[in-house]
Design a protein around this ligand. Structure first.
Ligand code: FE
Ligand code: FE
Ligand code: FE
Ligand code: ZN
Length: 162
């Protein structure tokens, strides 16, 4: 595809994060099922609900571009989810599984934070104010989710020691 300017690049990256979020809507229920710690189960369930709203916000963000809201497969998210899926096939102690689920989830959150960070910078440069507002909401949810997982990891890692 032809990328002639920053607006083209922004649209292309928006298509990527739309795919990433859509893939997560499908993957998070499997992580909910694999988690044992009730707090972790709740964290994944809550983030699934947020992720559904994030998909809608990304779709709305396309309005500023004047181009179609159409996902383009995010290969990075596909890889991160694939790693999580094969990890979940392990016969692991429940606490160890939880510790590993947190690790997988944080890799995912960090990828999302990196992508939204770039998208916010570009939206600002392009004067896409509406998109910027929506993307800022998404990045702040990702940052909160990431911090919450770090907090849960303290006790879960301790339990996974033995
Ligand atoms: Fe997300
Ligand atoms: Fe991507
Ligand atoms: Fe890897
Ligand atoms: Zn997320």
């Amino acid at each position: 595809m032809a990328l002639n300017n920053l607006a083209d690049l922004f649209h292309d990256e928006l298509r990527d994060i739309l795919s990433a979020e859509q893939q997560l809507v499908k993957a998070l229920p499997l992580m909910v099922k694999k988690a044992s710690c009730p707090d972790l189960v709740k964290a994944f369930q809550d983030h699934l609900e947020e992720t559904e709203q994030q998909v809608e916000r990304v779709q709305e963000a396309f309005a500023d571009t004047g181009k179609a809201s159409r996902a383009k497969t995010c290969e990075a998210m596909r890889g991160l989810i694939e790693e999580a899926s094969s990890m979940m096939k392990n016969d692991a102690d429940p606490d160890v599984m939880d510790a590993s689920l947190i690790a997988c989830a944080q890799k995912i959150e960090h990828y999302e934070i990196a992508t939204y960070g770039t998208l916010c910078t570009w939206a600002k440069a392009l004067g896409y104010d509406n998109a910027l507002t929506l993307l800022k909401q998404n990045i702040s949810e990702e940052e909160k989710a990431d911090k919450h997982l770090s907090e849960l990891a303290v006790r879960i890692n301790e339990s996974a020691m033995t």
